[in-house]
Structure formats: C-alpha cells, structure tokens
Design a protein around this ligand. Structure first.
Ligand code: PBG
Length: 322
C-alpha cells in the first residue's frame, strides 16, 4: 500500500491522535534534580552561568526539594560547596560536612525523597582535581579509600543512592566492598561509567567552584571520540557491582546511550549536563528559540536513545508541563 491509500498524516491531525501513537514519554518520576548546597542559613547565591539556578544553604535546599517533590520529581542529586578545601578533600568525608548535613535534613523533612549523592573529591580539594595528587598526577589507588569513606558517610547520613563521578579505575568495587562492610549492602551504586572530558561542564565548574587549578581532567575522563571504550567502562563497573550506569554528557553522546542500552540491558541514566542546560537558557533569553519546547525535545531524544532516567537541571521547570 502506498499514497493515496496510505497517508502518514492521519495520526498527526489532533493532539489526542498524536498521543495515541506516541512511542516515548518523559515523566517527572524519571527525572533527577541536581542541587548545589552550601553551609549557612537563608543563603541563595545565583549562579551566573546557569540562569534560574543557585547555590543554596541546607534550609533552602530542603525547601527546593519539597517543591520538586510536589511536582512529581522524586529524586535530587546533591553537590556540596564546602567551607574549607585541602589537598585530600577531607571536608568531603567529614560527617559534619555540608552534603552529609543536607542528606540528614532532607530525609527528615521528606522521607520519601530519593536522595542521590555525587561522590568525587573535586569540590573538596584545593587543587580541584577529582582525586589526590602525587607528582602532579592524580593517584588512582590512593583516591579509592577516600571515595569509599565519602560514600560511607553519605550512606550513614541516609543517602538512597551513591553516584561516583571521579572516573578512577576500580572505584565501584572499592565503594561496594566498603559499603557492604559497614552494613549498607542495600544502598545502590549508580556509577558515572562513561563520563567524557567535555566542554559542556563549564557552567557546573562555576556552580560547584571545582575548576582544576592546573591541567585538566583528560587523564581520567574519557576521550570524546571513543565508543568501544565506553562499553568497556560500563562492563567493568557492572562487574564491580554497579546497579545502574550513567552516560555523561547526554546530548552529544546519544549514540553511546543507545549502544550501552542495547548491549547490557541494565538501567541506564543520562546526565543532561550544565552546558546543555545553559545553552538552551541563553538562546531562550535572546529570544532565539522557545526554551521549554527545546528542553522537552532534548529530554525526549535522551529517552528515545534508551535512557531510563535523566539527571537534568530542567527537571522542576518541565515537570509542570509533563
Ligand atoms: C564532578 C562532577 C562534574 C559534573 C558532575 N560531577 C564536573 C566535572 O567533572 O568537571 C558535571 C555536571 C554538569 O556539568 O552539569 N566530578
């Protein structure tokens, strides 16, 4: 059968007809809202490169999470802006540190909220690298113990999901073993398995105050042209005990999301990163495109590529429309 018997436009005629044949949906409970939490009270410090986003103290973070929950976004991902930084990132695994404090407050106020914690040293080290330095290089194996301590402190505070983003080799296994040893065998790990050394993290580094003071992250994050390597990273993290894997960034790596989903059939998370958010916001501010429609189209493409869950700064604003 072909035209004129066949007319592809028949199911495009009305919103209800289009909805009947829609293959992919984005729903608020698949979205994770990142939050930047800082010490203090009543503090809201706007992030210039991320319009609509702020660093917030714990009290306002609790309020923001409540607003996300009310819109059906059940998950938040915490990043800490600590009071102090040192060479070993010790404010990151201090039980009184800003993220552990925020986790306790969030779980107390919103027991059903799913609290994800990013595990990485870069926000807490004075040099800004994701691991400890030795002779100007990031020392993989020495970093594993510190990441494991951080994960345990967050789990003790009540974190629901541990999400290591440092890209050290072997960290999923080290964290899993430490969590299990401390009685947190039911706390899942969502590993940033295929995390690329990307220009799209620019606004985040302003938001989290985590720009490396020297060099860059190409010695541990993945080289953007590589695909097979992403599959090996995912395979390795799954073998070490990751419960779900993440691809990051999302939009420039839709092919990786699809290959990982098709190959491993495990829960896949995509991180729609700060630069992806800010470029839509900037264009919308200039009146060059409809920001909401563009953001929804991007999230739809990420779901269509095979992601089950999406970490996105658009979560709360789009949840209203979904
Ligand atoms: C920390 C971390 C980064 C992001 C999430 N966790 C930044 C980086 O690796 O430099 C980026 C998130 C974003 O851009 O939204 N390792």
């Amino acid at each position: 059968m072909n035209f004129p018997e066949l007319r592809m436009r028949r199911f495009r005629r009305t919103p209800a007809l289009r909805a009947l044949v829609r293959e992919t949906r984005v729903s608020p409970d698949q979205l994770v809202q990142p939050l930047f939490v800082c010490p203090g009270q009543g503090l809201d410090r706007p992030i210039a490169s991320m319009p609509g986003y702020s660093q917030q103290s714990v009290d306002l973070t609790v309020k923001a999470a409540g607003e996300s929950l009310a819109r059906g976004v059940n998950s938040v991902l915490l990043f800490g802006i600590p009071e102090t930084k040192d060479a070993l990132g010790s404010s990151g695994y201090d039980p009184k540190g800003v993220v552990a404090t925020a986790v306790r407050a969030l779980k107390k106020a919103h027991p059903d909220l799913v609290v994800w914690t990013d595990v990485c040293l870069c926000e807490y080290t004075d040099h800004g690298h994701c691991g400890v330095l030795r002779n100007a290089h990031v020392d993989n194996d020495a970093t594993l113990e510190l990441l494991s301590r951080m994960a345990v402190e967050y789990a003790k505070a009540g974190a629901d999901i541990i999400a290591p983003s440092d890209m050290m080799d072997g960290r999923v296994g080290a964290i899993r073993e430490t969590l299990d040893g401390e009685g947190f065998e039911m706390t899942p790990i969502v590993s940033y398995a295929a995390k690329y050394a990307s220009a799209f993290y620019g606004p985040f580094r302003e938001a989290a105050e985590s720009t490396p003071k020297s060099g860059d992250r190409r010695g541990y994050q993945m080289d953007p042209p590589n695909t097979d390597e992403a599959l090996r990273e995912v395979e390795m993290d799954l073998a070490e005990g990751a419960d779900a894997v993440m691809i990051k960034p999302a939009l420039p790596y839709l092919d990786i999301i699809r290959r990982v989903k098709d190959t491993f059939r495990v829960p896949v998370c995509a991180y729609n990163v700060s630069g992806e958010y800010s470029m839509i916001k900037a264009a919308a501010e200039k009146g060059w495109l409809d920001g909401e429609r563009a953001a929804l189209e991007v999230l739809t493409s990420i779901r269509r590529a095979g992601a089950d869950m999406i970490i996105t700064y658009h979560a709360r604003e789009l949840a209203e429309l979904l």
